[in-house]
Design a protein around this ligand. Structure first.
Ligand code: ZN
Length: 170
């Protein structure tokens, strides 16, 4: 049985674009190392891409977060340069969690599922809890050294919330 690594939204807009943070920039190298470790041991790696259209400001997310980001086809929508050539299935999503990723995870027979990426407090936690709903008996892990939040405080809050929900925080 292999492991699954879900790389969440490692896109330029969340790193050094419209919603970028120093903390996000600081984890790119760790995320790349984690991906390589999984691929070297023959485990599965998939990527999510936050994906919006030109109507972003009319969506509920846009009304609550009026910062245009990850519009499909723009440079900010692309994965970080250090990561974008790495093979692995891509899942575009216009919601925080990807139902398709949950279904994909549930359709495999993985011995564990680990999440890394951005942002800890929005899309990492959403996908971790979604996958946990699909797979209550499979260990779900989040590596905090490969995640960053909107703020350092909300990153810590999200890690604590995930721990309470029985996600293993590394
Ligand atoms: Zn978004």
């Amino acid at each position: 049985m292999s492991r699954l690594l879900v790389v969440v939204d490692m896109q330029k807009d969340f790193i050094n674009g419209s919603l970028g943070t120093r903390e996000a920039e600081a984890v790119v190298t760790n995320v790349k190392k984690k991906i390589e470790e999984y691929q070297e041991s023959g485990d599965d790696v998939i990527f999510t891409l936050d994906t919006h259209e030109n109507d972003y400001m009319d969506t509920q997310e846009g009304k609550n977060l009026p910062v245009i980001h990850c519009v499909k086809g723009t440079p900010g929508w692309e994965l970080a340069d250090a990561i974008k050539e790495i093979p692995g299935r891509r899942f575009e999503k216009n919601t925080f969690a990807s139902k398709a990723v949950g279904e994909y995870a549930a359709s495999g027979s993985y011995k564990s599922i680990e999440l890394v990426g951005l942002c800890t407090d929005i899309c990492v936690i959403s996908n971790a809890l979604l996958i946990k709903a699909f797979l209550p008996e499979i260990p779900i892990l989040v590596d905090s050294s490969c995640c960053a939040g909107v703020t350092p405080e909300s990153h810590e809050n999200a890690l604590n919330a995930m721990k309470m929900c029985q996600v293993t925080v590394l």
